[in-house]
Design a protein around this ligand. Sequence first.
Ligand code: SAH
Length: 347
Amino acid sequence: MTSPYLAAPEDLGALLDGEPSYRADQLHDWLYRTPVLRAEEMANLPAHVRDAIGENLWPFTVEVDQSADDGTTRKWLFRAPDGAGIEAVLMGYPKRTTLCISSQVGCAMACTFCATGQFGFERHLEAGEIVAQVMYANAFLRASPMPGSPPRVTNVVYMGMGEPLANYKRVRESLRRLIDVAGMSARSITVSTVGVVSGIRRLAEEPWPVYLAVSLHAADDETRSRLVPLNDRYSLDQVIEAAQGYFEAKGRRVSIEWALIDGVNDSEDQARKLAAIAKRMRAHINVIALNPTPLSDDRPPSAYRIRRFLEILNAEGANATLRETRGQEIDAACGQLRVRESLASDP
Ligand code: SAH
C-alpha cells in the first residue's frame, strides 16, 4: 500500500478493500484527528491492516531531524520515494506551536535573496504531501512536546519551500483537508505569496478565511523587480490591489513581509513608501532581518539600521514588528531551506 496520506480522505475505503466500512473511519481518525508516528500504534485496527500500511504510513522518510534554540525550534528534512526533499520547521512559543510547511520542492520564483529560489524548481508537492507535514508534526508533538508550548500544531504557515499560489490546486486541497477534515481553524493558517495576483484573487473566492501574507520587500517597482523577478509580471500596484481585494472579501488583515537587506531596501525612503502602502492596505508589516544565503552577497543591515527602519515605519503610523529569527544555526531560518542539501549533492 502507498501512504494513506496520498489518498483523498474520502477514499480511504478503497485502500481497505474487503474491510468493513467503519475501518475506513477509524483509519481516517488516525490520520487526521489523532495522528501517530507508526501504523502499529493504531490500536483499534486489526494487525493485518496495520501491517498492510507498515512502513508506508508517511509519504516520506525522515532524513534529518534537528533541533535548535533550546528545543523550541525543530527542522525536518523529509525524503519522498522519488528523492524529493521536503523541509518543514516547527517553532514553539508560550501560547502557540507554529509549523512552517513547504508547498513545492524548490521554487521557480528565483527571488535573489532566497536560498530556495537560488536552487530552482523541482516539482509541486501533492496535497497529501503538504498535509502529511502537519500531521507528522502533530504525531511527533504528542510523543515529544516542545518545552512550554502546546503539544499540537496550533498554527500553520505556508512559508517553507515554494510558492503556494503557483501550486494552487494542490494547496487549495491541502487547505480543505487541514480545515474541513482535520478540523483546524482557517484563522490559524497563513498562506504567504510573493505576489501571484491570479492566485490571490482565487483564494479570495474560497470559503476559508485564512490569513494572507504578501512578500513585498520593496516599495517601488524598480527596486522590487531587482529582487523579485515576478514583479515584471505582476507590478507592485497589482499586488497591492489584489491584497486589498482579499482584505475586503475576507475581513482578514493582510500582512506584508519584508526581508531587510543592507543597502538594498533599508533606506528611509523605502520605509516611508512602505508605511504609506501598509496604511493604504491596512496591513501589518513583518520585518525580518535577511538571513544570508550562499549564492548571494546580500547581508542584513546593522542592528542600528534595523531599529531605525522600524522607528520610521511606526512614526509614519504604520503597524510594524520585527520578526525574531529562529533556527539560524541549523539552516532552518526563513529563506535558508534546502541550502545544505543542495550544496552537499553539488559540491
Ligand atoms: N513563496 C512564498 C512563501 C515562501 S518564502 C513567499 O514568497 O511569500 C517565506 C518568506 O520568507 C517570504 O516572506 C520570503 O520573502 C522570506 N524569505 C525568503 N528568503 C529569505 C531570507 N534569505 N531571509 C529572510 N527572509 C527570507
